[in-house]
Ligand binder design. Structure first.
Ligand SMILES: [Zn+2]
Ligand SMILES: [Zn+2]
Length: 352
């Protein structure tokens, strides 16, 4: 059933002639079976080991200090990923100094999502091909699991495509950080252990320890951040509503926006990625944008690119097409359900 529904979903959620529905089966098979798309144990091991650190919760327990530090690191670093890895390094929707640029890039590496150039290169490729091969994380093409976390565990996904980031490849300190991106997670791991050990001796009433801070701040916070970020590649192309009839499956979702500080307004973003805002209206909560406005007020960033008036006109113009899309989707889902039921009945008839 889910296969049929997925097919119906992919076939109807795209409107233009080069959309997912028109992608030939041959192409998909060729991309899906390419040697570079095999998941490798050497890529899985570091990713899995951060998840395994979370098992340490069974031994280290919890304290308010550890939980607050974990949540602060989750949202603080989510801001860096969305404001800098995404809106700055991938889309250049505002300007900043080289110092802030480097500090943000370094904090970004502590999330263990590699360097900003790797991140931006894959993301630019995603926008170039959104839900068409060779978009590496399209749930409509490759399924939810692959688009969430399979794509970066294979050889093609782990490489930095330097051709996509010629602008950043000229900045030596960013190229250096790209090479030494593991310094970020290592600093966080050692730093959280050291901070916990220090607190244990200076403020024992907090009830924390080096190992407890290591598990909560490095393990739990980074694992949650992984999956929070990855929902935009998987769920933001699967659940939610569409405002713009883009040639991909992108959606707007309030829940994903809360979780990812504004990134859930993904259909808006795919329609017009050139603005610093992803919530195009005041009621579309976009905490990353508010954070960048605050940084602008302090003189740390500037040149924030607004939403052009044309985009609001597009929203009106696209409304009938989006309605038509959803009617077609509902009809195809109904047909898929009927076909599945008929197949089931035929199967039952054959076995009885
Ligand atoms: Zn997308
Ligand atoms: Zn983007």
């Amino acid at each position: 059933m889910s296969d049929l529904l997925n097919h119906a979903h992919a076939a109807t959620d795209t409107m233009d002639p080069g959309s997912v529905s028109q992608t030939s089966g041959m192409d998909l098979t060729r991309y899906a079976e390419a040697p570079g798309r095999r998941i490798r144990a050497t890529n899985v091991f570091p990713y899995l080991s951060i998840h395994l650190v979370c098992i340490g919760l069974l031994w280290v327990g919890w304290s308010w200090a550890a939980v607050i530090a974990c949540v602060a690191l989750f949202f603080g670093r989510m801001f860096i990923i969305t404001a800098f890895y995404h809106r700055y390094f991938s889309h250049r929707t505002f300007k900043t100094s080289r110092t802030i640029q480097f500090i943000a890039a370094f904090i970004g590496t502590t999330t263990a999502q590699r360097g900003p150039l790797w991140w931006a290169a894959h993301h630019r490729n995603h926008h170039r091909h959104s839900d068409h091969p060779p978009d590496v994380h399209s749930p409509g093409l490759w399924g939810l699991f692959w688009s969430h976390m399979g794509w970066f565990l294979c050889d093609d996904g782990i490489k930095t495509d330097w051709k996509q980031v010629p602008d950043w490849a000229k900045v030596p300190e960013l190229v250096w950080l790209e090479r030494w991106h593991l310094l970020g997670p290592l600093t966080l791991a050692l730093g959280s252990f050291a901070a916990g050990s220090l607190l244990a001796s200076l403020a024992p009433s907090l009830g924390t320890s080096g190992w407890q801070m290591f598990v909560w701040c490095f393990g739990v916070s980074t694992t949650l951040l992984y999956h929070g970020t990855f929902t935009i590649n998987s769920l933001a192309h699967t659940i939610g509503r569409r405002r713009f009839a883009t040639s991909d499956d992108s959606r707007n979702s309030f829940i994903l926006s809360i979780l990812t500080l504004g990134e859930g307004w993904h259909n808006n973003h795919h329609h017009y990625p050139g603005t610093v805002r992803q919530g195009f209206y005041w009621w579309e909560i976009d905490p990353t944008y508010y954070g960048l406005r605050a940084m602008q007020a302090c003189g740390l960033v500037w040149g924030l690119r607004p939403v052009p008036a044309k985009v609001y006109e597009d929203a009106h113009a696209h409304a009938p097409r989006v309605r038509e899309e959803s009617i077609r989707l509902r009809r195809l889902r109904r047909e898929a359900r009927r076909a599945m039921n008929a197949r089931r009945r035929t199967g039952e008839g054959a076995t009885s």
